[in-house]
Design a protein. Sequence first.
Length: 405
Amino acid sequence: MPDSPAASSSYLIKLGELTLKGENRGAFEHVLKRNIRAMLKGTGAQLVSTDGRYFISFNSASGDVSQDVDASEKIAFALDRLFGIAGWAKTRFCEKSIAAVCAECIAEAGDLLANGVKTFKVEARRTDKRFPLDSYGIMAAAGEAVLAAIPALTVDVHKPEAVITVEIREKAYIYGNAHKGLRGLPVGTAGRGLLLLSGGIDSPVAGFLMAGRGMSIDVVHFHAYPYTSKEARDKVVRLAEALGRYTLGVRLHIVGFTKVQMRIKEAAPPAWTTILLRMAMMEAAESIARQHEYACLISGESLSQVASQTIENIRCTESRTTLPILRPLIGMDKESITRIAEKIGTYEISILPYEDCCVLFSPKHPALRGSVGEAAAYYERLELSALIEDAVREREVEKCSFVKR
Ligand code: ATP
Ligand code: MG
């Protein structure tokens, strides 16, 4: 039982897809716990797990309320960005008596009312069958207690503004509206991938989606300074940081591609410049991937979204690489991608004005259906290998931390 609500709080975490795992579940949980502890570092919060549920308890030694608010915000920020959980809720707990449960439901309902809620219902779950009331009995008793104590609230069983959940386990847990988790699998359970991150809307979303399948993500960005500005570079750092909130940080490889682009511009047919640049990016990304043992490359391509993403041109783009290239957006339309970008907080960064190195060099009439044979012939004639090697060797590497500031 918390000493005082201001000095102590608890959070209940419900696990997601990993509960479907058989023998491997332990390994997935191990990574999830490690991720939670890493994300909560510095908040003073503790993770405790009991029979399939995780709890985070937070006790402020000082009892300083302002510190508590800061820590609560950080905990909520982390849990909203944690892959592998179905949901979470700030939770009250008490002894397993009907009176105590009703008292905590009333307290929770009071908080909900203060937040503008007018209608509610109570849901109950009982894993401890020795508790004197069954689930239905708990709902009825707690609902009546709340109505009697707070006449401003009414019950709406069909479309309540808030649901108060009571769980009778080794203790009684009571929480108001639960937050939906990101679901997916814990980052770090599915190998490491290298994301090609431009300054656009799509690629951060591609990284986010692969992280949601448990992949650890690092990123590579190609710039063409001084044709692209310092602001364009800063923007990519911000995007990497925003993505890193979900992936426990990212390492950002920044590769200067000016010489490669100039060679392509000077020596290749204009219609082919974008395809050839993409091929060069893939070659450079693969070289970095081999050095750092990334298992795959990830791109934000979406079929037929632009000329460089017709199926023929995608074939050309990947024709020089042997690592798998994952394209989680391939079947998605722009609107769906944009919606995700807005939800994860990358959209507002992506729409800042900037010059992408590809746009600067892009032809008026790009080849729409390049053949792999032709692409190879043009590419080899450019003799880019040494330039790409130099660019990769001279790249800058930044570590983007994921801690909320
Ligand atoms: P995005 O919104 O991600 O920029 P886009 O619709 O603008 O995508 P393209 O510019 O054709 O599409 O780029 C396709 C993909 O190639 C990007 O999603 C990204 O993975 C990669 N890419 C493009 N430009 C760069 C760059 N400058 N650095 C790293 N990767 C890039
Ligand atoms: Mg782009």
